[in-house]
Design a protein around this ligand. Structure first.
Ligand code: SF4
Length: 451
């Protein structure tokens, strides 16, 4: 297992920057009890890498690790669907006694033979890490024997939280994948998106904007990605970190090694999408592109605002409570505010200092930051503010159902894409459908046997 200290001393991370020297020395490398309750490090690593759809992803561990996380995210692929197949070594008691390395080697060979993938990713989990299985050596041996990249992802769940797993996955890409191949061709406007997972097809909503500007997405890490795309990502001219802090370390390392500048941003909402496009144009450094981008932004903003008018009439003044994580906790606030809605609160549990500053600015006196998002607190807020809709992940659905409040799934299981200008229209449509759906009034009524 790698020394985890460096992942908590990330110079580009504001979490780390706000600590005193003493606190920094103490580090946050010791996971606190319960820190993996929102997903363990293995889960986080898999979230980041699984969307590389043409590779085979083998979970080295007991069946439950793969079973619990199998297909639980709405990431989409335009080509291969290997990422939806639950490959695992399914370790049992015998393997715990005698070791699971041989089983892993056989599994890699079998998968390579059957599916002929361009690469295999191998995820370490708690049990084999504790019995001392050396996945790095096994992957090296398999790679030499098969003539195929076999990437070890040393991310046992006990190492820490989901967020740490995202970082470990980024590190695996940096060490073993990025820079190992050369692109067939390059353009002056090659870019990468880091931390965009194409949930419900959101990448496809923003791709036409880049195409219109002549900007080439060399690699999206890792939504709808192919292994080859990631391997050539070092030739991009600009990186955008889409998902908050998860892949910030990767962006910083790519800047140091390959001189690729990066910025952090979001594609949720009109303003955020325009700002992201402007940042790309600025960093790509062409006056012609800046001009073209401004024209596209003006056209798209106008078109979107026109299309949104009928929805805004229905949504204006409606109260919304948002319980989501990371970058979405502020970018979704801005998104629904652009629809005329009032945000009474948004979760800040997983947010960075910068995320919180943005939230404060957006919310003003209207809403509050919620650090404790347990169901009891959510119920309290819903009742206190007479909330019209709860936007959250699947786990909060039951709060909404019990309280008889309309609920919109905005986390990784969602089936509708909300990114870019087009995503704004989809979100507005979904909010109107949800808030005005008769079903929520019906289930507030007592059951027939209580009439
Ligand atoms: S890696 Fe560890 S914490 Fe994560 S699912 Fe497997 S056993 Fe549980």
């Amino acid at each position: 297992m790698r020394n985890l200290e460096e992942f908590f001393l990330e110079p580009g991370c504001s979490h780390n920057g706000e600590k005193t020297e003493k606190e920094r020395k103490k580090g946050c490398s010791k996971p606190q009890p319960g820190s993996a309750s929102g997903g363990c490090a293995f889960d986080g690593a898999q979230i980041t890498l699984l969307p590389i759809a043409d590779a085979v992803h083998i979970v080295h561990g007991p069946i439950a690790c793969a079973g619990n996380s199998w297909d639980n995210r709405g990431t989409r692929s335009s080509s291969s669907d290997y990422y939806r197949m639950g490959f695992t070594t399914d370790l049992n008691e015998i393997n715990v006694i005698y070791g699971g390395e041989e089983k892993l080697l056989d599994a890699i060979k079998e998968a390579a033979d059957k599916y002929k993938p361009p690469a295999v990713f191998v995820y370490q989990t708690c049990v084999p890490a504790m019995i001392g299985d050396d996945i790095v050596s096994v992957c090296k041996r398999a790679s030499e024997e098969l003539g195929l990249p076999v990437i070890p992802v040393d991310s046992p769940g006990f190492a820490g939280s989901k967020n740490l797993g995202n970082k470990l996955a980024g590190d695996a890409l940096f060490r073993y994948v990025i820079g190992t191949r050369e692109p067939k061709y390059t353009t002056p406007y090659d870019i990468n998106l880091l931390g965009e997972y194409n949930i419900a097809g959101e990448l496809w909503q923003i791709m036409p904007l880049f195409q219109e500007l002549g900007i080439n997405i060399l690699a999206c890490i890792s939504g709808d990605a192919k292994y080859e795309d990631v391997a050539v990502a070092h030739r991009a001219k600009v990186n955008m970190v889409v998902c908050s802090k998860a892949l910030l370390s990767l962006a910083r390392k790519m800047e140091e090694k390959y001189g690729i500048p990066y910025f952090e941003g979001s594609f949720y909402g009109i303003k955020n999408t325009s700002e992201a496009l402007r940042n790309f144009a600025k960093l790509l450094g062409s006056e012609e592109l800046i001009e073209k981008t401004e024209k596209l932004i003006a056209k798209k903003e106008e078109e979107t605002r026109q299309k949104l008018k009928p929805y805004i009439e229905k949504l204006k003044g409606k109260k919304v409570l948002i319980n989501t994580g990371g970058v979405k906790s502020w970018s979704m606030v801005s998104q629904v505010q652009e629809l005329g809605m009032v945000v009474v609160g948004t979760s800040s549990k997983k947010s960075t200092k910068e995320d919180k500053e943005r939230m404060f600015k957006l919310l003003g006196d209207d809403g509050k930051l919620i650090d404790d998002t347990n169901p009891k607190e959510l119920v309290k807020l819903c009742r206190e503010h007479k909330v019209d809709v709860l936007m959250a992940g699947g786990r909060s659905k039951f709060v909404a159902i019990k309280e008889g409040i309309p609920f919109l799934d905005t986390n990784q299981e969602r089936i509708k894409p909300y990114a870019g200008y087009d995503g704004m229209i989809v979100l507005a449509q979904e909010l109107v459908r949800t808030i005005y759906s008769p079903v929520f009034d019906l289930y507030k009524e007592p059951p027939p046997w209580q009439y």
